[in-house]
Design a protein around this ligand. Structure first.
Ligand code: NAD
Ligand code: UFG
Length: 337
């Protein structure tokens, strides 16, 4: 079927994408510098799929190491997940974010061009819709950002557009993720946040398991049905399968394409907490606190383009997302060690 280089493949989304790719018949090579993940993810991928993944511990900015990976393996296409992703940290350490995310991508693209590999699937984010566009977000809307992390996504999309314009053999699909949550249903693979989680569902999981005592709800005075923030939560395996569909598309088409990967449905913070309570059979204590700086009221996708272009749509609902998150939490009390 083809050999795919997965950058950031030991991370949360990349590891699930490896499972989807292997299930679809691809062989997978992973490169990761392990700055935010553990090599154990590879053992879990092997347990789930029965297939071994070739692994290189390297930084994307180390062009010589990346070049060697392409020389050792005949890579047909790249799925590019590697990057730093904490919004708050990006405000404190902007140069680290620009250097890592943009520098890493530029090195990767330079090596790809030299090695005549012209297909890339990139992890973009719904954050590129900024705070001015109305929901549901559509791919043609203007992009912008409110923090350095978001700007790295806007800039990398532009770099990909420009590379495709300069060389008609290039094909780049920027997948704009909404809010990926959940875990592989085996309970073997999931999200492994360091320290106290920033994101809602990993935080709820730690409250449910007794590590934290309550969930702070960041505002209940938004212009939404119950006043709490609304987001488009998508099961990480649905998201992973969306990548496999985008890869098939990218291999057949050239040029730059941006596609939303969301369910098209928004859920409020309170709805997520209720669904999680149902999944774990426990009460999740809550406290209403003030709004978190930089948050918007609602974000959800228009998911039509993904269906039309990629023939893909999300299938799992909030209940399954929470049930799978909870299974992973129970089976891995200290994360993936
Ligand atoms: P993650 O941190 O779990 O995975 C990213 C991986 O990249 C990690 O394993 C890390 O070690 C690796 N990495 C970082 N910089 C590297 C470098 N210079 N060289 C080699 N490896 C490097 O994050 P994730 O949640 O799996 O996110 C994957 C991608 O999806 C990121 O680009 C992220 O910005 C994007 N994204 C994530 C979300 C989300 O909510 N999780 C939403 C939108 C977009
Ligand atoms: N929330 C709480 N309490 C918490 C954490 C979150 O009430 O402890 C609320 C937030 O206010 C928001 C919702 O839960 O309404 C979801 O918050 P997350 O932090 O889980 O997700 P965000 O939508 O804020 O952020 C995500 C990604 C970012 C990305 C952003 C915009 O994590 O990387 O979407 O696309 F930049």
């Amino acid at each position: 079927m083809g050999k795919i280089l997965v950058t950031g493949g030991t991370g949360f989304i990349g590891s699930h994408a490896c499972v989807s790719l292997i299930n679809a018949g691809y062989s997978v090579v992973v490169v990761d510098n392990l700055c935010n993940s553990k090599v154990e993810a590879l053992a879990r991928i092997q347990l789930i799929t029965g297939k071994q993944v070739r692994f290189y511990q390297a930084d994307l900015r180390d062009e010589e190491s990346i070049r060697q990976i392409f020389i050792d393996n005949k890579i047909d296409a790249v799925m590019h997940f590697a990057g730093l992703k904490a919004v708050g940290e990006s405000v404190e350490k902007p140069l680290q974010y620009y250097e890592n995310n943009i520098g890493g991508t530029v090195s990767l693209l330079r090596v790809m061009a030299k090695q005549k590999c012209h297909t890339i699937i990139f992890s973009s984010s719904a954050t590129v819709y900024g705070c001015q566009n109305p929901v549901p977000y559509q791919e043609e809307m203007p992009v912008s950002a409110t923090n350095p992390y978001g700007y790295t996504k806007v800039m990398i999309e532009q770099i990909l557009r420009d590379v495709c314009k300069s060389d008609p053999r290039f094909s780049a699909v920027a997948l704009r993720y909404f809010n990926p949550i959940g875990a592989h249903e085996s309970g073997l693979l999931g999200e492994n946040p360091n320290g106290i989680p920033n994101n809602l569902v990993p935080y709820i999981a730690q409250v449910a398991s007794g590590k934290l005592d309550h969930v702070n709800i960041y505002g209940n005075d938004y212009n939404t049905p119950d006043g709490t923030g609304v987001r488009d939560y998508i099961h990480v395996m649905d998201l992973a399968d969306g990548h496999t569909a985008a890869l098939a598309y990218g291999m057949e088409h050239s040029g730059f394409t941006a596609v939303n990967l969301g369910t098209g449905t928004g859920s409020s913070v309170l709805e997520v907490i209720r669904a999680y309570e149902k999944a774990c059979g426990r009460t999740i204590p809550i406290e209403i606190t003030k709004r978190r700086a930089g948050d918007i009221a609602a974000s959800y996708a228009d998911a039509a383009k993904a269906k039309e272009l990629l023939g893909w749509q999300a299938v799992s609902g909030l209940e399954k997302m929470c049930a799978d998150s909870w299974r992973f939490t129970v089976q891995n009390p200290n994360g993936m060690e």
